[in-house]
Design a protein around this ligand. Structure first.
Ligand SMILES: Cc1cc2nc3c(=O)[nH]c(=O)nc-3n(C[C@H](O)[C@H](O)[C@H](O)COP(=O)(O)OP(=O)(O)OC[C@H]3O[C@@H](n4cnc5c(N)ncnc54)[C@H](O)[C@@H]3O)c2cc1C
Length: 397
């Protein structure tokens, strides 16, 4: 009988896993809490080994067709004066695409073979010897052989199977927000980054020249802002950035009318194990690293490994989950270590640190340093190597 797998979350990890599970003969169902695919978010990039994964999935051409083709990122001061320039490989990797375009590609490549249920979420997991009885907020209860939590940093599956989020979440002392604004700066495949102590603004315009992708990153402790309260989030941002200067007043005006806002703490998730019986976690739900940790590529790599190991173990989930974890732990350690130090770069806390960060960018952005720089920024992406699950077992080792 075909093994049925319920995946919670239609972000990046969920549809990527559905893609590979279908290819390997499983029957995946994806349940997504939002009423439709969530296409927001800033650009995500792929480097090194992850390029081979896109190729193996057969989506590299689609990704290239929608790539941002971003050029240099120019660091400016609050008067708009250039202080450093970074080559595109630092922020944009070998290929960069809007997160929303990527999730759409993954969905389009799976929707004909995979059952997607939008506007619902899991409320209970009752594990039995032969499967898991799953209850939903809206739909009828159903039985599945396996359940995967690919539902992001604030995973509902993790809470049900492992415990409250606070036990596993480490906040890195930053918040990030992203939205789209009209391209009033006229940027053409270019980005700008401006920091004052504790606050940074990044803007970039790539494939769609009429739009600016805006990201705010700021240092802060926990905020009393509801996770789904977009109006309160907009207000918090407007207050925090009111006296920033540079182009921020125009950006805040656009924020008021923005339809979608991504707003979250920059946090990591650390768990001793990623599976519990027939339930397993993937992507941010299991190991969120934060910006700079190559999280999107590693979520997709994890999906590839999880589906590959399930097929290799002929559905023996205990063996497969153990091998998946064994293979992904090392790369995730590299990713989390790399992302943990990102605060100094994203939102330096003092004037001295802003100046020091800009100095480092100038040095690292210079031609002789390009190779060092490329190595530094590709470490997390290359930490997971692409195993060939279609090769005979002996050849895989
Ligand atoms: C709309 C959006 C915008 C983002 N923008 C950025 C950004 O600008 N910068 C950045 O660093 N990271 C951003 N991220 C996070 C980034 O996508 C992930 O770090 C990374 O790609 C790993 O993907 P993931 O699939 O594990 O998690 P995610 O991409 O976060 O996907 C998780 C999915 O699960 C869904 N979900 C959540 N709870 C439940 C539930 N209880 N039941 C069912 N479904 C649920 C979510 O709606 C989402 O679709 C964004 C995520 C989203 C959803």
């Amino acid at each position: 009988m075909t093994t049925t797998v319920l995946i919670s979350g239609a972000g990046i990890a969920g549809p990527a896993l559905a893609f590979w599970l279908h290819k390997r003969g499983f029957a995946p169902t994806v349940v997504e809490r939002a009423p439709a695919l969530r296409e927001g978010g800033s650009a995500v990039d792929f480097r090194g080994e992850q390029m081979a994964l896109l190729e193996r999935m057969g989506i590299l051409e689609d990704v290239r067709a929608r790539e941002t083709a971003m050029g240099a990122q120019v660091i400016v001061d609050t008067r708009g004066k250039k202080v450093a320039q970074m080559p595109s490989v630092f922020f944009s990797g070998e290929v960069e695409i809007e997160r929303g375009d990527l999730t759409r590609i993954l969905y389009d490549h799976t929707k004909d073979h995979v059952e997607y249920v939008f506007g619902d979420y899991i409320t209970g997991l009752d594990e039995r010897s032969d499967g898991v009885e799953v209850s939903f907020a809206h739909g009828e209860a159903r039985g599945f052989d396996l359940v995967v939590g690919a539902d992001g940093l604030h995973s509902g599956v993790r809470r049900l199977a492992f415990g409250e989020e606070e036990r596993f979440r480490t906040d890195l002392g930053l918040h990030t927000a992203g939205f789209t604004a009209p391209n009033h700066l006229g940027l053409d495949h270019l980005g700008r980054l401006c920091s004052v102590p504790g606050r940074t603004v990044m803007v970039a315009s790539g494939r769609d020249r009429s739009a600016l992708n805006v990201s705010f990153v700021f240092a802060s402790g926990p905020l009393e802002v509801g996770r789904r309260d977009v109006e309160a989030q907009k207000k918090a941002l407007a207050e925090r950035y009111a006296d920033f200067g540079w182009e921020v007043p125009a950006l805040l005006e656009s924020l008021g009318g923005a339809d979608a806002l991504y707003f979250d703490s920059v946090s990591q998730i650390h768990l001793d194990r990623w599976s519990q019986g027939r339930v397993v976690l993937l992507g941010d739900a299991a190991w969120c690293a934060g910006p700079g940790g190559s999280g999107t590529g590693l979520a997709m790599m994890g999906a590839y490994v999880l589906a590959g190991e399930l097929a290799a173990a002929h559905g023996d989930h205990e063996v497969a989950f153990a091998r998946y974890e064994e293979k992904m732990r090392g790369p995730i350690k590299v990713s989390q270590k790399q992302a943990a130090g990102i605060g100094t770069f994203l939102a330096p806390q003092t004037r001295f640190m802003v100046g020091y960060r800009n100095f480092l960018y100038r040095v690292l952005g210079s031609k002789p340093m390009t190779r060092v720089f490329t190595w530094l920024t590709s470490r997390a992406a290359n930490a997971a190597t692409l195993e060939d699950y279609d090769a005979p077992v002996a050849a895989r080792g």
